[in-house]
Every structure is written in structure tokens, then in C-alpha cells.
Design a protein around this ligand. Structure first.
Ligand code: GLY
Length: 380
């Protein structure tokens, strides 16, 4: 069934990949010495002066994805430049935060897994060790952010996004033959399953924990979504993809079941709006804000679910992923030469940064298309 659906959509998948390759092989050269976040008048900006920026791994990570798919050296050269710029993040260790998986695992970690580069492996291990150091042994969670978040103390906060950071811990355990990393990742996934994912499959972005008493929730926060109790769609997509990744790394069925539950909620909400993801699934109809990036991330997760469920379940998840990606391509992709970014209409959060290209949109859209092309390289 999986192969038949891929075959039925082959011409669209191939044509979309060709368009990606055409644009990215140009920007791989023109943006080689930058770390883009968005575009200004169609040209990539550059965030390399702030190596602690959580999104800074995506550009180089995207280059590694495309290098693996094409073996075009331009992609590799740009990925290596990105790594050099991101090395500076280790010079100020107190600025490192929970997002080191986004920043280093898909960058240096991808390099090591694709080329065997030992220095890149070492940096990925250092990133994993820094994530381990964020574990609160009394509260039993990995702390998010440093210092304050919009003026609030965040010592007890966890965020659903971190489900995408913990794969670096599974990897580190496997690399050094020490289960401690994996055990902390499992604790985090269990906490997120219990405290972030609601019974109906919607998701809390931020959960506030007691910092001294284990497994004690003090409340939740709207975070990047509309309100307390709403469902920020990118948060849901982090959960959807993150839980299937935890399943892949641990083979614990409960994580696959959780990914499926969030997927069912996500898909139901897409049907209401022609497969275009809004920023928050539980927000007023107007103003209508979209977030294409949530769709691209969810599509990656849906494809991985499809690969991991039984034969007669595959159709639903894979067909949903393809419908979602086709909607993103038709409604939100810009293939023009005068624009460096690809996926438009990303949104940073409900109250800020609305409808703009953001680098992780391009990253996950490309990762999803490469999965459909048959790539078995899983960067997470
Ligand atoms: N991890 C932060 C975000 O998704 O915007």
C-alpha cells in the first residue's frame, strides 16, 4: 500500500524535488557564508553573529539533506561553512539552551552520520551532554530556556518542542554505550505524554512544574499559541513528529500511539481549512493566521507514522501527508528566482512574526519530500 501511494504520486514528488533542487542549488552558493532565518526583499538574511539562535542548525541541516540526496558538493561546502559558524556556540556554554538538538544534531550530527567526520561527532556529543545538564533531578524534567522568558521566571517550564531535541540523547547513549542519556529522554517523553498532550490529542505548549517536587504540574501557559488551553499548531506538530521519533528510538508502542492521537487531532483540524494549517487550532476564526511550518513538520511525522503502522493503517497517514504537502506546495511555495526562501506564510507565534518565510519551513518541507523520494536518512 505504501509503495502504491508513492507510485501514484511519483510525478508530483519528482517535480517538487526538482524545483527544490533548482532553488537550493542556487542559494547554496549565494548564501554560503550566512545562516539565514528569513528573507528581506527576497534575499536571505544572516543570523550567524548569534550562534545561540535556536534556528541556526536548519540551514546547514538542509544542506546536508540535499547533499545526501544529490551528492552535489556545493551543498556539502555550505553545510561545512555553517558548522564553522555554529562552533562559536560552544565558546559561550552558558548561552546554550534546550534547543541544541535543533542546532547541532541535524548539523554536526548529520555530518558525522553521513561522512563519518569525528570532529562533528564530538560536537554533537558535547551538545547532548549540555542537554543532559539541564535535567532537574528534583522536578524530573529538562528545563527550557535560560533566565527569563518575556520577563517571567522559567525555571520550572517544559515545552513540547523539546520532543524534537531528545533524539540527540537517544543517539548519544547509542554512541557511547551509556544508557543515562536515553533514560533522561524517556523520562522527558513520559512527562510530555502525561502533561503536554491532552486526552483529545491537542497539546499544551508550556507546562509549569514544581522545581522541587517530582512530577508536579503547577499550571500551563499559552506560550506561542493563542491562549491557555488552546492548541498552537506548531506545538502539535512537534508532538506529532517528536513522539514517532521516540517510538523509532525506543520501540515503545505508547509513543507511537501518542503520535497517532496527536495526528488524528491535527488532521481533523486541517480538513476544516482545505489542508492549510492555522497558527492555533483553538482560536477565533478571525483574524485568520496560517503557519505553513506546522504543516511541513506534521507531514514529516505523518510519513514516519505511515512507515511504522500496520499495513491497513498506512494509507490514512501517508495520504494525509501527501494532501498536506500538496496544499503547502500549491498555496504557500514560492519557486521564483527572485526569492531565496521557498515556503512562505510561516508564523513565529500567534502574537508576533505572522506570515513570513522561516528557515525551518524550508527544512521540513524538503525533509518530507525527500522521505517521499525514498530517502531513509533520518536526521533526528
Ligand atoms: N521551538 C520554537 C518554535 O517552534 O517556535
Amino acid at each position: 500500500m505504501y509503495d502504491k501511494i508513492i507510485n501514484d504520486n511519483k510525478s508530483w514528488i519528482d517535480a517538487t524535488f526538482d524545483k527544490l533542487n533548482k532553488k537550493l542549488s542556487r542559494t547554496a552558493v549565494s548564501s554560503r557564508y550566512k545562516i539565514p532565518y528569513t528573507t528581506v526583499n527576497g534575499v536571505h538574511d544572516d543570523r550567524s553573529s548569534r550562534p545561540d539562535t535556536w534556528t541556526n542548525g536548519f540551514w546547514g541541516g538542509l544542506m546536508w539533506l540535499m547533499y545526501n540526496a544529490t551528492k552535489n558538493e556545493d551543498y556539502k561546502l555550505t553545510a561545512l561553512e555553517s558548522e564553522k559558524l555554529m562552533d562559536k556556540g560552544f565558546y559561550e556554554a552558558d548561552k546554550l539552551h534546550h534547543d541544541v538538538g535543533f542546532m547541532y544534531h541535524i548539523l554536526d550530527g548529520a555530518n558525522y552520520r553521513l561522512t563519518g567526520d569525528k570532529a562533528a561527532r564530538n560536537k554533537d556529543l558535547l551538545a547532548a551532554m549540555s542537554l543532559m545538564s539541564r535535567y532537574n533531578v528534583e522536578g524530573n524534567y529538562i528545563r527550557s530556556w535560560n533566565g527569563k522568558w518575556y520577563g517571567e521566571d522559567n525555571n520550572g517550564w517544559t515545552i513540547i518542542d523539546c520532543m524534537m531535541n531528545i533524539p540527540i540523547l537517544y543517539w548519544a547513549s547509542e554512541q557511547i554505550g551509556d544508557d543515562r542519556f536515553k533514560k533522561i529522554a524517556i523520562r522527558y517523553a513520559d512527562m510530555a505524554m502525561r502533561d503536554h498532550v491532552r486526552p483529545d490529542g491537542s497539546v499544551n505548549h508550556i507546562v509549569v512544574h514544581d522545581t522541587e517536587i517530582p512530577d508536579t504540574v503547577l499550571g500551563t501557559k499559552a506560550g506561542q499559541g493563542y491562549a491557555v488551553g488552546s492548541c498552537w499548531s506548531r506545538g502539535a506538530s512537534w508532538a506529532l513528529y517528536g513522539f514517532v521519533l521516540s517510538y523509532i528510538h525506543t520501540k515503545e508502542e505508547k509513543y507511537l500511539d501518542t503520535a497517532k492521537k496527536v495526528a488524528h487531532y491535527f488532521i481533523s483540524n486541517l480538513i476544516a481549512d482545505d489542508w492549510k494549517p492555522v497558527v492555533d487550532f483553538r482560536a477565533p476564526e478571525e483574524p485568520k493566521y496560517y503557519d505553513s511550518t506546522a504543516g511541513a513538520i506534521a507531514a514529516c511525522g505523518l510519513i514516519e507514522i505511515a512507515k511504522n503502522v500496520s499495513e491497513y493503517e498506512k494509507n490514512m497517514y501517508l495520504t494525509a501527508a501527501i494532501k498536506l504537502l500538496k496544499s503547502l506546495e500549491e498555496n504557500f511555495c514560492n519557486w521564483e528566482e527572485n526569492e531565496d526562501s521557498i515556503l512562505q506564510m510561516g508564523t513565529e507565534m500567534y502574537t508576533n512574526g505572522i506570515h513570513m518565510p522561516i528557515i525551518y519551513g524550508d527544512y521540513f518541507f524538503t525533509e518530507a519530500i525527500l522521505k517521499l523520494k525514498g530517502s531513509d536518512f533520518l536526521p533526528w
